[in-house]
Unconditional design. Structure first.
Length: 173
């Protein structure tokens, strides 16, 4: 089945966001990458900011689905978020670009906060992490660690993740 125009635009915007960053990304470049005229971007999204919000929602859903599929494929229940899985995807670079966009686009900032809060509560409940503060600590660790490992690939990720969950988060409960 042929890809729908809206999906082509979103996919092109996601690719360019990851390749070039969101700062200098233009509607014209996105339209060219998608193989459509720029009027269609305005028709489907109204503005670059609305397009970026759609990209974030879509990518957030993809990442959540990827994690859910991973968890369902494991023979034993997983007791902690699969940080390694997120490290081996484009999540780190995407996260950095979203943070950059939040500085210039209030709608993106609002949507990013909404998605992050939703995921914090979902994964907190899934992994048995009680209390808002503990969930924020878990989320801060995961997001910060993903960004850190993106710039320092020498980190011993599995050891650090295990240490955090065994010695830090468990003691804060």
């Amino acid at each position: 089945m042929p890809m729908k125009t809206k999906d082509k635009i979103r996919d092109a915007a996601t690719r360019l966001l990851l390749e070039k960053g969101g700062g200098g990304l233009t509607i014209r470049e996105i339209a060219a990458e998608a193989g459509v005229n720029k009027g269609l971007l305005h028709h489907y999204f109204g503005s670059k900011e609305n397009l970026m919000i759609d990209v974030i929602e879509h990518k957030g859903d993809q990442i959540k689905k990827m994690i859910q599929q991973y968890l369902e494929s494991q023979p034993d229940p997983v007791k902690r978020p699969p940080v390694e899985l997120m490290l081996n995807s484009d999540f780190g670079p995407f996260l950095i670009e979203v943070i950059n966009l939040t500085q210039r686009m209030p709608g993106v900032k609002k949507k990013a906060k909404e998605i992050i809060t939703s995921r914090r509560n979902y994964f907190g409940a899934l992994f048995g992490i009680e209390g808002e503060q503990n969930r924020v600590i878990m989320e801060s660790f995961i997001l910060g660690f993903i960004m850190l490992s993106f710039v320092d690939s020498s980190l011993e990720t599995e050891d650090i993740v295990n240490h955090f969950f065994d010695n830090i988060l468990d003691k804060s409960s």
